[in-house]
Design a protein around this ligand. Structure first.
Ligand SMILES: [Zn+2]
Length: 174
């Protein structure tokens, strides 16, 4: 189950040959994703099936899953989230072809025949699946928030500021 994926793919050739890939990629190889996460520890489970549909469109059906750690924007503490991406991407060589795609597809624009980095498409899809405002499913803030202690420490200033973040930072100022 710990197969390594190839670093690079030739998607059109894979589709022509109807090949499947399965393996894992470390989160640490996906820096654009991990900059939004609290940790880059973990492995993404990856399944990719390439083929050509009945009208001749080459496509990739992908399943990517990983458990990530994010900052809850309500209580500002860590939360675990399982990302499970199912995608169906049509391989297109130019923007012009995007319009004619059957509607079940998202376009995967590949403007040359050069191999592409395997990590790029996985990273893009996982980033798209991140919640805009991650929050615990449960009511994670206690009712006594206005008198709660000062154990919420804000470490990242660049994050978009939510009203709760402002509240939290006010609480930590004496
Ligand atoms: Zn929370």
């Amino acid at each position: 189950m710990h197969q390594k994926l190839p670093k690079e793919l030739d998607p059109f050739r894979l589709a022509q040959n109807g090949l499947k890939l399965e393996g894992q990629i470390p989160l640490a190889d996906l820096p654009r994703l991990t900059q939004s996460l609290l940790s880059d520890q973990g492995m993404v489970d990856v399944k990719m099936a390439f083929d050509i549909d009945e009208v001749g469109t080459p496509y990739m059906k992908g399943e990517f899953s990983v458990s990530v750690s994010l900052t809850c924007q309500r209580c500002m503490s860590a939360m675990a989230l399982d990302l499970n991406v199912d995608c169906l991407l049509a391989l297109v060589k130019s923007e012009r072809k995007v319009e004619g795609l059957a509607e079940q597809y998202e376009p995967w624009l590949l403007e040359s025949n050069d191999p592409v980095l395997t990590s790029t498409v996985i990273e893009d899809e996982l980033i798209l699946s991140l919640p805009l405002v991650p929050k615990h499913d449960i009511a994670c803030l206690p009712d006594n928030i206005w008198t709660a202690g000062d154990d919420n420490i804000i470490t990242e200033d660049e994050k978009p500021v939510s009203p709760f973040a402002v509240l939290s930072s006010l609480k930590t100022k004496k």
